[in-house]
Design a protein around this ligand. Structure first.
Ligand code: BG6
Length: 299
């Protein structure tokens, strides 16, 4: 007869599990399962494409039209923007980190059931335009999703100047019904108005047209209230002076080949990093750390 003792002890956390899989287009992907959540991470771009807490909707939006191909960014999830943000003459938009296959350095299932994965940007021809550096991304999966970008200037004599950003696409029930708070009083560059400078006066930002704003010198956490999905998303950040808010709205959505015409309704990007006037200058030997913790709570 089975005794009580042979039953699994459900009061103890189950260790996190990592599985190596072929993802879309057979691109290598890590599936992470923890007692609280699941996640998917592509080596291409060190890109988190999926995070979902048990009994919650997915946290991250992924376009049904995303490409999964070498030298192409993934549309949705969390692209890592580095070492520059936006257009740079003669070069692609948003840097090269998001289109390189990162090296898996370490994966650590912790005793509490959480999982941490460290990936490193490989050396590549584009990096030779910069002083030598290393860039590591550490992704921690538990009841929250944590990302940390550590950049070290390995040069003995030259400063390393760069921008960085976690370009997070959040899944929302309907973008016209959400409100975004935490940016009141911050100065921003309005990319839709030719980078005009203005100051955010609203406590709660609502979206009813194309939005593309770089908020500068703001370190505050940001919250997205989503009545349709009955949840509050929270973005806590450290080592980040900029927050970018982006929704392409109707015309831009139609122009993007890797984005569905109506998908603008189901997403908003709230991006944490250091861009434009907040770009980072690292002296020889110095390390910068950008980190975010993303969480959701029922309303
Ligand atoms: C945002 C920029 O961060 O990314 C927008 O502010 C840009 O201007 C958007 O359109 C998407 O960029 P991409 O290169 O992924 O299409």
């Amino acid at each position: 007869m089975q005794t009580e003792k042979t039953q699994p002890d459900i009061t103890k956390p189950v260790p996190g599990r990592i599985t190596f899989l072929d993802g879309q287009n057979e691109m290598p992907m890590l599936e992470v399962i923890t007692p609280w959540s699941s996640a998917e991470i592509y080596l291409h771009g060190a890109h988190v494409t999926h995070f979902k807490k048990v009994n919650d909707a997915p946290l991250l939006f992924m376009s049904q039209c995303s490409r999964f191909a070498d030298n192409q960014p993934i549309r949705g999830g969390i692209p890592i923007i580095f070492p520059w943000f936006g257009m740079r003459e003669g070069l692609g938009q948003h840097g090269f980190a998001r289109i390189k296959r990162w090296d898996l350095k370490e994966f650590v299932p912790q005793a509490d059931g959480s999982v941490s994965i460290r990936l490193r940007l490989p050396d590549c021809p584009e990096a030779s335009a910069f002083p030598p550096f290393t860039a590591d991304c550490i992704i921690t999966v538990k009841d929250t999703l944590g990302l940390r970008l550590e950049v070290t200037n390995q040069s003995q004599e030259d400063a390393l100047v760069f921008e960085n950003c976690f370009h997070t696409y959040f899944e929302v029930g309907n973008v016209t019904e959400i409100s975004i708070s935490g940016l009141e009083g911050a100065e921003y560059l309005d990319k839709v108005a030719n980078f005009a400078r203005a100051r955010e006066t609203r406590r709660e930002i609502r979206i009813a047209s194309e939005v593309d704003r770089i908020y500068l010198d703001t370190t505050a956490p940001v919250e997205i209230i989503d009545p349709r999905l009955s949840r509050r998303l929270r973005i806590e950040k450290a080592g980040s002076a900029s927050t970018v808010v982006w929704n392409p709205w109707i015309t831009k959505a139609q122009q993007m080949p890797d984005f569905g015409n109506d998908e603008y309704l189901r997403m908003v990007c709230v991006e944490s990093g250091n861009v434009s006037a907040n770009q980072i200058t690292l002296n020889p030997g110095e390390t910068s750390v950008l980190s975010v913790t993303l969480s959701s709570q029922p309303l």
